[in-house]
Design a protein around this ligand. Sequence first.
Ligand code: ADP
Ligand code: AMP
Length: 330
Amino acid sequence: MTSRGSSADRELEAPSADSPALEIQTLVRSFLKEHTAYDVLPVSYRLIVFDTRLLVKKALAGLVQNGIVSAPLWSSELHRFAGMLTVSDFVNLIQYYYTHASVEDALQDIEKFEIGHLRDVEKKLGAPAPQLISMHPMSSLYDACRLLAESRAHRVPLLDNDALGTEMIISVITQYRILKFIAVNYQETRSLRRSLAELKIGTYENIATAPLSTPVIELINIFVDKKISAVPIIDENGVVLNVYETVDVMSIARSGRYNELDIPVGEALEARPKDYPGVHTCTLNDTLYSIFQTIRKQRVYRLIVVDQDKKLIGIVSLSDILGYLVGYQR
Ligand code: ADP
Ligand code: AMP
């Protein structure tokens, strides 16, 4: 596992002997140690990589055309991997322009700046310079989960070297792909039949929420300040009406309609594409097994935990499940 320039490699917490996590973590860990990142890759796949000299505008069009939301970056100057372009970068960009420039300036600037320049914007915002996190395709899935949990990233690129020693980007491994691989291949399912109430996976306190009237920019500020990727939209009784996600911000970046940042989130949600998969909810009685069944069938990124009246109780993100499986407590 390579973690270039990464912070100290902390040891993960060992589950305590009387914790219900013990059995799950022990079994899942050994499963994850028996498989490599390479095992998770499909037999055939495509990989879209952007040169850091590409205009942000063209990169956005490339993402949209290919129906993806992130891509690894390549520096043809240095002949090496140069980070990732993800939704978070567009969230930071929009927040920066909203606070520092007029819509006209933003539109003019975005027309002409290169991906490499995004990092300058992030520096001005005070966002820490992204570490170049990567790993070898033959690293174990356990190491992949550990790296994802420690770095808080949702994806890690897989890098190798060609015969001449030049770096090659092989693919990108995501939280979702790993959890789906577990959902499909992990056999000891008996150990997963414990409820969320028992396992306490997820966040149940200080949940960031917003009513339908909240301007979109305020939600973007919450994403940046709290480093989260979704905010449940609730009514005055705490009933979950919807969820606004960082990925929704891509449609604003794509259309260039920065004036939409002041509209109420309720209005922005109405403009979502027809094929939007919807909000996934569960209750505290749902088991880890049933959550894996959902992950197996659908591309979910989080489940909103509700009571029988659909009132918000908590959030279970893929980060929470992955962190739990490898015993990583934040
Ligand atoms: P998302 O934005 O979809 O939640 P991540 O959590 O993976 O995706 O990325 C968050 C931030 O970290 C982004 O600014 C992205 O550019 C950066 N980033 C992600 N992966 C890497 C990586 N392997 N190397 C460098 N920077 C990365
Ligand atoms: P994510 O950005 O989905 O990977 O989530 C990162 C962490 O933040 C996880 O522990 C989530 O449970 C938590 N989280 C996600 N959304 C919210 C929210 N709206 N309020 C508070 N915590 C959240």
